[in-house]
Design a protein around this ligand. Structure first.
Ligand code: GTP
Ligand code: MG
Length: 511
């Protein structure tokens, strides 16, 4: 028997369930359970999704810390690419017929845009990289939603499992089941949006429900990213009087209200600056170019910063190709930022400039949130996704006794006290899927409770003394207890019981 190194106690419980059931079910279900076991021990699968050209690949590069996904102007991501940890850097193209072949990186270390085969034959690309971040996170870049190229949308759905979950699993398997399960069903989602969230972006979010192992994306496993914050016109945003970031934050809060409870948060980001500063693209000679620009006379500098065209074409002592490169790396806002830093400290080093640009990108806030929402709860998220896969295996059983056995085992697991976190995640998922509705203040309370592992954050009492938190946890536990029994619908009551228990457990630990 293979040993599976799972994330933590909840995944371990789901893994045990699979191990125990495997010998007691037919061949087909046993294979399915084996796949679930493999998935439980793999790193958290994070898909980056969103409309075309919203900056998904740029964000992927920033997360990995290497400019490996093509983002050049006019370059669309056409196939799903999975970036996972490997001991040597290598690329593998997986074809729909299950065959694979390896592919060299470009001279610059990126994935070539030409895969050397007709795209219709490609399932996806596996990129194995030595970057340490990938040890506990697999990052999946996807073609843009709403892309004019219908084929790439279909391919994304096929790879992420959308089509299969929609009930087409009986068709001819295009991938062998093992590799299919290995790529199907991301467990967490970064949803990249830009200034205008349109109604169909919400549709896009639900279209990706099935990408997350058949469970809807929600506050448990989805974060919104308001990218290209540098292109926001502060004047166009209500509450944006205080400058770019004030405007970006106001806009993000607004979009969060529209998208909730589908996502945990919407955080503003300048993906381009994040990529440039994280992926080692910003060199000493770029810093040198910036210093030379800073030294230009005030009126030349002001004119050049009006537009991208003026910036590259205006006659000045700084070579035009060096300027064009800066524009590509930083865009006008980033250049302005850098020049201000140089004004403030004319001796600033290239390294310092780079970290100032990183600071200006908003990436560190996003990473903190990502750690809290995803990595901090990877055990629960993986376990919940694993259990959903077990449910899918059960669904596809033809033998009713076998199905019954799987269902009974799952129910049994959910009633164990240590499965409380799973039940809380399930409750949040019910809320985001609209299976249960709650008045908005209660909804906010549940989202807050499930949004973090930190007690003071969960209670909405940052910095409060322990005694007050203890008292409050008990009070809310009592309240939800009575809400569960009085006047709630059955679905509400199910959620209320879980919330009651969550408060009770916190109270017990605080005490
Ligand atoms: N100004 C600015 N440009 C950005 C930002 N993020 C990405 N871009 C640019 O937007 C363009 C598209 O970025 P990509 O990362 O390729 O977008 P994508 O979503 O992967 O695009 P598809 O794969 O075609 O759907 C590139 O030229 C990026 O340099 C940002 O924060 N600010
Ligand atoms: Mg892309």
């Amino acid at each position: 028997m293979t040993t599976h190194h799972v994330r933590g106690p909840i995944s371990a419980a789901v893994a045990r369930l699979c191990e125990e059931l495997r010998p007691r079910v037919g061949q087909r279900a046993a294979t399915g359970l084996g796949e679930v076991l493999d998935r439980l021990s793999a790193p958290l699968q994070l898909a980056v999704v969103g409309r075309i050209k919203s900056g998904k690949s740029t964000l992927v590069n920033a997360l990995i810390g290497r400019r490996v996904a093509p983002t050049d102007v006019g370059e669309c991501t056409k196939v799903v690419t999975r970036f996972q940890y490997g001991t040597v850097d290598r690329l593998e193209v997986v074809l729909l017929d299950g065959n694979k072949y390896s592919l060299p990186f470009t001279a610059g270390g990126a994935i070539p845009t030409d895969l050397g085969v007709r795209l219709e034959r490609v399932s996806h690309v596996e990129a194995y990289l030595t970057n340490a971040v990938l040890r506990d996170l697999t990052v999946i870049d996807t073609p843009g939603l709403g892309s004019p190229d219908d084929d790439s949308v279909a391919r994304t759905e096929a790879v992420l499992g959308t089509a299969e979950r929609a009930g087409r699993s009986e068709g001819p398997e295009r991938l062998d089941p093992v590799s299919h399960e290995a790529v199907a069903g991301a467990e967490a989602v970064l949803h990249v949006i830009t200034q205008s969230v349109r109604a169909d972006d919400r549709q896009a979010l639900s279209a990706f429900n099935a990408a997350t192992g058949g469970r809807p994306s929600g506050p448990v496993n989805a974060i919104g990213v308001l990218n290209k914050a540098d292109t926001i016109e502060p004047d166009s945003v209500r509450g944006g009087e205080g400058g770019l970031w004030t405007a970006a934050r106001a806009l993000a809060a607004d979009q969060e209200r529209q998208l909730k409870p589908r996502v945990a948060d919407v955080l503003p980001l300048i993906g381009l600056l994040a990529e440039t500063s994280e992926a080692g693209e910003f060199t000493a000679s770029d810093a040198e170019t910036l210093h030379r620009l800073a030294a230009l006379d005030e009126s030349t500098r002001r004119t050049m910063l009006i537009s991208a065209d003026l910036f590259t074409e205006w006659e000045c002592a700084v070579p035009a190709d060096a300027r064009a490169r800066l524009l590509e790396l930083l865009d006008l806002h980033g250049i302005r930022c850098a020049l201000e830093k140089i004004d403030a400290d004319p001796h600033i080093t290239a390294g310092r400039l780079r970290s100032e640009l990183h600071e200006a990108s908003g990436l560190s806030t996003l990473l903190t949130r990502l750690n809290a929402v995803f990595r901090g709860r990877a055990d629960g998220i993986k376990a919940a996704a694993g259990l959903a896969s077990v449910a899918a295996v059960a669904q596809s059983c033809t033998d009713p006794n076998e199905r019954e056995r799987l269902h009974a085992a799952m129910e049994g697991l959910l009633t164990q006290p240590q499965a409380h976190q799973l039940r809380l995640l399930e409750a949040l998922t019910m809320i985001s899927a609209g299976t249960v509705t709650l008045p908005s203040d209660l909804l906010d309370e549940v989202l807050r409770l499930g949004g973090s592992e930190d007690f003071s954050e969960r209670l909405g009492m940052p910095g409060a003394p322990v005694e007050r938190m203890t008292e409050f946890a008990l009070e809310r536990a009592k309240w939800w207890r009575s809400f569960a029994s009085l006047g709630a619908t059955p679905a509400q009551s199910r959620v209320a019981h879980v919330v009651h228990r969550a408060y009770f457990l916190m109270w017990r630990q605080l005490r």
